[in-house]
Design a binder for this molecule. Structure first.
Ligand code: MC0
Length: 147
């Protein structure tokens, strides 16, 4: 039995300087559906969720490209952009229950960065795992909103 069962890739988070320009680029290049553009002050970002697989818009669950523009330089994405420039910021994996997944990873000695689940895109409950504990990849656990 694994410590945590991941069910799919929910989204790939991409750090960008200009959200509106990036949304247009991804939307027109790949035909992605812009499902939401939200500000998450808690996380220090303005972000867009672009749904992959526009050919079957009704079927789910979906995967997304998540474009992230920082609200300021002293935010996780602002610091990332200053240090590394634009690029893949994190990968979000779907889990059935984020609190259970967090406990499973803590029991394995991984650093879960949130003490309790936080509010994420599209009403999801999320928690981050330190990139140094997963081979340099900032990893997000995502429990999608029900219903
Ligand atoms: C920093 N590091 C990363 C990284 N960010 N490595 C891989 N991917 C990233 N995204 C590395 C740095 O290169 C550095 O390594 C070390 O971590 C410390 O970096 P730092 O710049 O000093 O940053 P810290 O330590 O202040 O914070 C890094 C940490 C933080 C990952 C703990 O960014 C964090 O808590 N992130 C979780 C929240 C978050 O990212 N929110 C924004 C997305 P070296 O080797 O140089 O020492 S919100 C979101 O996505 C929501 C809306 C959603 O999905 O629903």
């Amino acid at each position: 039995m694994p410590a945590v069962a991941l069910t799919r890739i929910d989204h790939v988070g991409v750090a960008v300087h200009n959200l509106d320009e990036a949304v247009e680029r991804y939307r027109t290049t790949f035909g992605l559906i812009v499902v939401a553009i939200e500000t998450n002050a808690d996380q220090g970002v303005r972000e867009a969720m672009l749904q992959i697989d526009a050919s079957d818009a009704e079927a789910g669950p979906h995967s997304y490209v998540q474009l992230l523009e920082p609200l300021g330089p002293d935010t996780p994405v602002g610091k990332y952009l200053a240090r590394r420039g634009e690029g893949v910021h994190h990968i979000g994996y779907a889990v059935p229950d984020v609190a259970t997944a967090m406990r499973g990873l803590v029991a394995q000695g991984l650093r879960v960065l949130d003490e309790r689940p936080r509010h994420g895109s599209l009403g999801a409950s999320i928690a981050f795992v330190h990139p140094k504990d997963l081979n340099g990849v900032l990893t997000e656990l995502v429990q999608a909103a029900s219903g």
